[in-house]
Write a protein that binds this ligand. Structure first.
Ligand code: SF4
Length: 488
């Protein structure tokens, strides 16, 4: 008998290839992201503390003892069962995070998610749970998805009632017949031979990016119809002409996301629009301040005046050019006290050196501006100065995104990780100790939570100085490129 778990069910609904690979192609199994797993475990434990006094099923969901223990807890009429696990006679099984006893012969299912809103596939999860528990004779009254409450602001100890939000999704789930039908369809796939792979931009990114893309998409060119066209349009073009852009007729190219990208790719020529570049440089005011933040994001708020998933800035780099042709000056702040909120120190230092006139140049304004707006809200004593910095902010992404300057090797993206190697190839992140913002964030979080040795911290601090400084220097160089192109 083939057993079907909750994750099998979600994967089977997403794509028949995906469930086939999970069951039969162990060679393709993706690595699990340990940080995501750890966050899920930590949130799950806090959620159980929110409903104390229950019984925990310690056996794993695929072990028969988990079912025996669950049945015993149900018979014992306990108020809550954590990780309650049951299996149908036909092999569908699952655990639910919290099974709540309503003391009237009915039970509620509470499924904990480390998000701030229920996602579409969470409803599919919960539908399968209700199906399994109902088939096993449990009278399920209501199903809830329990998420973090994005409005919760920490003050002192965690307030678990406020930290979590309960969403009653009972009426929004697939009914028992629909789940039964889907299970039969999945079983038919698993009982047959391997299917041909049918990739699709929409399907392969449905619910989440499919972990088997490394296999199914391996023959897709580095820059393809999936980069040049959006969602369903990309799938339509792919179904008619394939992934290779050289097969797409000129009339169809009119639907591309950024006009001119495909033509630049096919002819291997740059796109230059000096009007867009001049509009950008004409808007700059001296002195020029090039600013970049690094941040950590804690699922559960770590500090007072912070919320679930809030980005907390711990470092900035600031390059300053006082007038055209002047030497660059460099300033920075890097927080160095584990477990202490880095924001007050960072804000004070920034305000001290960023002056009150001149453009503040960032790359992707939505991030730095958003962080300043949040810090102004959380530290109102600095609101005036932080809002004034935002009013001076100029986004270097704009002329690149508007295709004032574009090179085919950017593969349709205007992110700094694409524009920098395209226009300043001598500046590389490859030889740095930290290569991207995610690494910076992960390592600093390890420091803040006391998971680093002194030696690791020393090395990380040196790498962070270098990495964040490179981000602002990259902006300096990209602006020089724009100025040079305008003059040519
Ligand atoms: S990458 Fe796409 S086609 Fe392949 S298994 Fe995933 S969803 Fe299916």
């Amino acid at each position: 008998m083939i057993k079907i778990s909750k994750s099998d069910y979600v994967l089977g609904i997403k794509c028949p290839n995906a469930i086939w690979f999970k069951k039969y192609r162990k060679d393709l199994q993706p690595e699990m992201n340990q940080a995501v797993l750890d966050n899920g475990t930590a949130v799950g434990e806090l959620a159980c503390d929110r409903f104390p006094g229950g019984v925990r099923i310690v056996a794993k969901p695929w072990e028969d003892t988990a079912i025996t223990q669950t049945k015993s807890a149900i018979s014992g009429n306990v108020p809550f069962i954590y990780e309650a696990t049951l299996s149908t006679d036909t092999g569908e099984y699952c655990a639910v995070d919290i099974l709540r006893n309503n003391n009237d012969g009915t039970w509620d299912i509470l499924e904990v998610k480390s998000t701030t809103e229920p996602h579409d596939y969470h409803y599919i999860d919960a539908s399968f749970q209700r199906y399994v528990f109902t088939k096993c004779g449990i009278n399920v009254r209501n199903c809830f998805i329990m998420t973090l409450n994005k409005e919760y602001v920490r003050h002192g100890n965690l307030d678990l009632e406020q930290l979590f939000a309960l969403h009653d999704v009972t009426e929004d789930l697939q009914d028992i017949e629909t789940v039964q039908h889907e299970i039969e369809r999945i079983r038919a796939v698993l009982g047959g031979t391997e299917l041909g792979i049918a990739i699709s931009k929409v399907k392969c990114n449905k619910f989440y990016e499919c972990p088997y893309k490394h296999h199914c998409w391996k023959d897709v060119p580095q820059y393809s119809v999936f980069d040049a066209f959006k969602g369903a349009m990309a799938d339509k073009v792919y179904s008619e002409y394939g992934a290779d852009l050289s097969n797409v007729p000129a009339g169809v190219r009119a639907n591309q996301s950024h006009p001119g990208d495909i033509e630049a790719f096919l002819k291997n020529t740059d796109v230059i629009n000096k009007d867009i570049l001049r509009d950008f440089t004409n808007g700059l005011r001296w002195p020029l301040y090039f600013l970049d933040y690094e941040s950590i994001m804690s699922v559960v708020p770590m500090f007072d005046n912070s919320r679930p998933y809030q980005q907390i800035c711990f470092q900035f780099s600031l390059h300053v050019q006082r007038e055209p042709g002047a030497e660059l000056e460099h300033y920075e702040y890097l927080h160095n006290e584990s477990g202490i909120d880095p924001r007050p120190g960072l804000i004070k230092k920034l305000i001290e050196i960023i002056g009150n006139a001149g453009s503040v140049i960032v790359y992707n304004q939505i991030f730095e501006q958003g962080r300043n707006t949040e810090m102004a809200r959380d530290f109102p004593e600095y609101a005036e100065q932080l809002n004034a910095i935002n009013a001076r902010m100029v986004d270097l992404l704009i002329p690149f995104r508007a295709r004032g300057l574009y090179r085919p090797c950017q593969n349709g993206s205007a992110s700094i990780k694409q524009t920098l190697p395209a226009f300043v190839p001598e500046m590389s992140y490859e030889n740095l100790g930290i290569h991207n913002g995610t690494e910076a964030s992960d390592q600093f979080m390890a420091f803040m939570t006391g998971k680093q040795t002194a030696e690791q911290t020393k090395e990380m601090m040196a790498n962070l100085h270098e990495y964040c400084g490179q981000d602002t220097m990259a902006m300096v160089r990209l602006l020089e490129v724009i100025q040079k192109v305008i003059k040519e």
